[in-house]
Design a protein around this ligand. Structure first.
Ligand code: C2E
Ligand code: MG
Ligand code: MG
Ligand code: MG
Length: 294
């Protein structure tokens, strides 16, 4: 239909439509190459610290996958996760992410409390997902499994053909913890809380950024903190970019936060350096904690 389009606007529109499809095909090929072990095209994990509001220390990290291209460019998941999901490549990619994340956690074992890994709805629906996680854990006798956190988004609830609650219960039985990612952005946040066995609520950054100047955001955050606490869950606020937001979250009693104010996701050597520094100083670099805090 767009073939005979006369105006520039429509022309631009069709170009925009075509490019992502080509990019997706290219992304798929690259993910395939990387998973096949091409040393010039890799899928490294970057790590973003999760910081305790009580101590200012790094308590955990979220593992976020990147793609390193042959010319050294680093691509965000935006460029390849969707293609991986649509083609099913997310399944081997997810296994790679899980194994690599656990390896890093073991390497930082006495310095880092936990590591969290994102699990897409497609992965969760895979019949082999729970056995795969189990086999990764079975190779690590003595490993405290609660130090592995799996992050699930709300979309898993309505895009999945499987019983998500049943699947999460099976994961819980393995001993890992479950976090509800991007909490508040879907259509079923309360359903999540009602029926799913989760340990952590990750409050989406759309409620967090600018909360210090937005009374409505602050009220929503207080309510979610209260709700999570009542249900025996912990809360992590995502997307903390400003000192004022960090202060407000700390005052509101949000146990932990994540965001550019502390650090962007970092390659593993840089994350490790930050981890060491955070432990030496007892507080997070650049963050002032008053004497009154624990
Ligand atoms: P997410 O799980 O919600 O991860 C948080 C995203 O927010 C990350 O983007 C992180 O870099 C970004 N972020 C963190 N702090 C701030 C902040 O203060 N301000 C702003 N504006 N952004 C912040 P990233 O790394 O690009 O990842 C995007 C999404 O891709 C993730 O969202 C997650 O859904 C997905 N993803 C990443 N790695 C994986 C993976 O290994 N497997 C799967 N299935 N999905 C992944
Ligand atoms: Mg996440
Ligand atoms: Mg998130
Ligand atoms: Mg997100």
């Amino acid at each position: 239909a767009a073939k005979r389009a006369g105006g520039n606007r429509v022309q631009v529109y069709t170009d925009e439509l075509r490019v992502p499809v080509q990019q997706k095909i290219a992304a798929e090929a690259r993910v395939r190459r990387a998973l096949a072990g091409d040393p010039r095209l890799t899928l490294p994990l970057w790590f973003q610290p999760v910081v305790s509001t009580e101590t200012g220390r790094i308590v955990g990290a979220e593992a976020l996958v990147r793609m390193r291209t042959p010319d050294g460019e680093i691509l965000s998941p935006f460029h390849f996760i969707e293609a991986a999901e649509e083609t099913g490549l997310i399944v081997p990619l997810g296994e790679h992410v899980l194994r690599t994340a656990v390896e890093h956690l073991l390497q930082w074992s006495d310095r880092l409390g936990y590591i969290s890994v994102n699990v897409s709805p497609r992965q969760l629906a895979e019949p082999d997902f729970v056995p795969m996680v189990e086999s990764v854990l079975a190779a690590l006798p003595g490993f405290d499994r609660s130090r592995l956190v799996l992050e699930i988004t709300e979309t898993a609830l309505f895009t999945s053909a499987v019983d998500v609650s049943e699947r999460l219960n099976a994961l819980k039985r393995l001993g890992v913890r479950i976090a509800l990612d991007d909490f508040g952005t879907g259509y079923s946040s309360l359903t999540w809380l009602k029926s799913l066995p989760a340990d952590i609520v990750k409050l989406d950054r759309s409620f967090v950024a600018g909360l210090a100047e937005d009374a409505r955001k602050a009220s929503i955050i207080e309510a979610v903190l209260w709700l999570a606490r009542s249900l025996g869950m912990s809360t992590i606020a995502e997307g903390v970019e400003e000192q004022a937001d960090w202060e407000a979250l700390r005052t509101a009693g949000c146990p932990a936060v994540q965001g550019y104010f502390f650090s962007k996701p970092l390659p593993s050597p840089e994350f490790e350096a930050m981890l060491l520094k955070s432990i030496e100083r007892g507080t997070f670099e650049g963050v002032h904690l008053d004497e009154t805090m624990g």
